[in-house]
Design a protein around this ligand. Structure first.
Ligand code: E4P
Length: 214
C-alpha cells in the first residue's frame, strides 16, 4: 500500500519524506491557499523534495479550461498528476488526458458509481472522501470496499486513493479494504508510529540498561 501526504506544507513534506513512508503528495485548492504561494511554485518545490506522484488540482469548471490548466501543470514535472473534479466536464477532461498519457486523479468521489465513471474514463486514481462521508453520518470506509469490489470485477487499473483521512483507524481500515493508496495528513502520519506500550517498553529497556551499568 502506498502513502501520499495530503498537504501543501513543505516542512511537513520534508519531515514525513525523511521517515521513508511517503510515496507521493496530494494538494487541493484549500491546501494551496493555506501554503500561501502560487500553485505552480508550490508543485515545483514539492517535486524537488519528493520523487513520486504529486496531485495538482484544476480550478476551471469547464472541460476546455480544465485541459488548458492541465497541460500547463503537467509541464512542471513528469510526476504531476492532474486532479479533476467528478463532474461531466471533469470526465471529458479525464478522457482526453488519459488519451494524452497524462495521469489523473478524480476527486470529490462520494459514490461507487462516480468511481466507476472515472475508471471508465481512464482515471489513474479515484479519490473517495472518507472523512467527509463520516461527517454526514455515512460510513466512508464502506465506499472503499464497494469500489474495490467493482474495480476487481472488471480488472480496472484505476487505483483507489483513500482521501479525507482524519485518524489512524481510517488508515488501518483503508489497508484492510485493500485501498491502493491512502493520502494522509501529517498529523495522522505521525500518529501511526505511536503505541503506549512501545513507549513504556522502551523506557523499561533503557532503565534496565542503566541499572546494568551500576
Ligand atoms: C485529497 O486529495 C483531498 O483533497 C483531501 O484528502 C480532502 O480532505 P478533507 O476532507 O480533510 O479536506
Amino acid at each position: 500500500m502506498e502513502f501520499f501526504i495530503d498537504t501543501g506544507d513543505l516542512e511537513e513534506i520534508k519531515t514525513a519524506y525523511s521517515w521513508g513512508i511517503v510515496d507521493g503528495v496530494t494538494t487541493n485548492p484549500s491546501l494551496v491557499a493555506k501554503a500561501g504561494i502560487d500553485q505552480k511554485t508550490l508543485i515545483k518545490n514539492i517535486s524537488e523534495i519528493v520523487d513520486g506522484p504529486i496531485s495538482a488540482e484544476v480550478i476551471s469548471t469547464d472541460s476546455k479550461g480544465m485541459l488548458e490548466e492541465a497541460y500547463e501543470l503537467a509541464k512542471i514535472h513528469k510526476n504531476v498528476v492532474i486532479k479533476l473534479p467528478m463532474t461531466k466536464d471533469g470526465m471529458i477532461a479525464c478522457n482526453q488526458l488519459s488519451k494524452d498519457g497524462i495521469k489523473t486523479n478524480v476527486t470529490l468521489i462520494f459514490s461507487a458509481n462516480q468511481a466507476l465513471l472515472a475508471a471508465k474514463n481512464g482515471a489513474t486514481y479515484v479519490s473517495p472522501f472518507i472523512g467527509r462521508l463520516d461527517d454526514i453520518g455515512q460510513t466512508g470506509m464502506q465506499l472503499i470496499g464497494e469500489i474495490r469490489e467493482i474495480f476487481d470485477n472488471f480488472a480496472f487499473e484505476t487505483k483507489i486513493l483513500a482521501a479525507s483521512i482524519r485518524h489512524s483507524d481510517h488508515v488501518k481500515a483503508s489497508a484492510i479494504m485493500a485501498s491502493d493508496v491512502a493520502t494522509v495528513p501529517f498529523k495522522v502520519l505521525e500518529q501511526l508510529f505511536h503505541h503506549p506500550l512501545t513507549k513504556i517498553g522502551l523506557e523499561k529497556f533503557l532503565a534496565d540498561h542503566e541499572k546494568s551499568l551500576k
